[in-house]
Design a protein. Structure first.
Ligand code: ATP
Length: 382
């Protein structure tokens, strides 16, 4: 394990911001810290960077305690939302900044600037002025600047946050590829030897296979976290609610917060009424489920995944069906999100379903019948 943070706790003015957060990051791994605004993501990143100190908790890199190591000796790279480039320097000067600080020889600086610009898709941009570049290009320059000294760990705080949606989506895919093809210290991409003496620890990393840049990526955007990270940590109010591979998190959210934060809003109170087969009672009806977890938990909700719905051409009331009024259809390209208002024992409930664009919606019917796929229903903790 490269980085280990244990029970990190932090308060500002008596307000608890981090409440015992532990995380580990393996060499070459990209870990995303995902959570709503104010949950403590940036504070945790700043503590790892050394820009802030924890009240309680341990932080180590390769087993070395980081608490006494100042920011500039940690050998970490950082990328922020606002790029923080020098506006009056050209691209090459910006990218070479960290290398100059580390007293790299001029010829090696030039060589590295060329290779790192190539890596981020900006080959030949050396002499361009920063203010001439688009937002996406500027962010790639910022990334190149952070990658140039082959940091031991790269910390990224909402690096795509200020870009428009189309550009963000494009860069999302590129960023993962760049991080996976950029090596950390002593890796093939960065083997120039000389800067090893400029880093706080040297030698231990040399000669390793290329495994990508070890990175911690802060975002509040679930799509971004899923697209870029190997592993995602979902944070809420200073704690980690759940962590896992993007696929596992999406398919097995442990609780209602995680499900909602990952965009799954169809949650209704549930009570188990049968165990063989497993069935639950909810305000919108009784349903059968495949899942056999959480049977002993009292406070549960039924998660109806957006993919769960199958439109029944005729009105019907069979097992695992519900009826609702078609409230809204939102076109999203390959699919549409259909909102149904479903009468329930506790007032009306809005449920959202995703349907392929080619599915015919019976828009002329006052009430639509939807059958729920048993495999797309699951129980989560409230
Ligand atoms: P966002 O996505 O909005 O940046 P975040 O999850 O990164 O949010 P943090 O920036 O870590 O959250 O902030 C967590 C809480 O700590 C917030 O309530 C914030 O106001 C508070 N906070 C952060 N830094 C300081 C500080 N230096 N002094 C006082 N309070 C702070």
């Amino acid at each position: 394990m490269l980085l280990e943070a244990t029970e990190i706790t932090k308060s500002f003015d008596g307000q608890s911001v981090l409440r015992g957060v532990s995380l580990s990051v393996a060499r070459g791994e990209i870990v995303a810290l995902l959570g709503p605004s104010g949950c403590g993501k940036t504070t945790l990143l700043r503590i790892i960077a050394g820009l802030e100190s924890a009240d309680v908790g341990n932080l180590s890199l390769n087993g070395q305690d980081l608490s006494k190591l100042p920011v500039h000796k940690r050998g970490f790279g950082m990328v922020f939302q606002d790029f923080a480039l020098f506006p009056h320097k050209n691209v090459a000067e910006n990218v070479a900044f960290g290398l100059r600080m580390l007293n790299w020889e001029k010829s090696l600086q030039k060589e590295r600037v060329t290779s790192v610009l190539q890596l981020v898709g900006l080959a030949g941009f050396e002499q361009r002025q920063v203010y001439e570049l688009s937002g996406g290009e500027q962010q790639r320059v910022a990334l190149a600047r952070s990658l140039a000294p082959s940091p031991r760990l790269l910390l990224l705080d909402e690096p795509l946050g200020s870009l428009d949606r189309a550009l963000r989506e494009r860069l999302m895919g590129q960023l993962r590829t760049i991080l996976k093809s950029a090596g950390g210290r002593g890796l093939p991409y960065g083997v120039l030897g000389v800067r090893e003496v400029n880093h706080p620890t040297s030698g231990a990393d040399a000669g390793r296979q290329q495994i990508g840049m070890t990175s911690i990526y802060v975002t509040h955007d679930q799509e971004e976290a899923f697209a870029i990270a190997d592993r995602v940590l979902v944070m809420n109010a200073g704690r980690i609610e759940q962590q896992g591979l993007p696929f596992d998190l999406y398919h097995q959210p442990h609780n209602a917060f995680v499900a909602r934060f990952l965009g799954m809003d169809n949650l209704v109170e549930a009570k188990i009424v049968g165990r063989d087969p497993l069935s639950v009672r909810t305000p919108v009806g009784d349903f059968y489920l495949d899942q056999h977890q959480l049977l002993e938990v009292d406070d549960i909700q039924l998660l109806i995944r957006p993919e769960a719905g199958i439109i029944e051409p005729q009105r019907g009331e069979g097992a695992n069906t519900l009826q609702g009024k078609l409230e809204n259809i939102s076109f999203r390209g390959r699919h549409r999100i259909v909102t149904l208002t479903v009468p329930s024992a506790k007032g009306q409930v809005n449920l959202k379903f995703a349907f392929d664009t080619n599915v015919i919606l019976p828009t002329d019917q006052p009430m639509i019948t939807i059958r729920l796929k048993q495999s797309e229903l699951m129980l989560v903790r409230s």
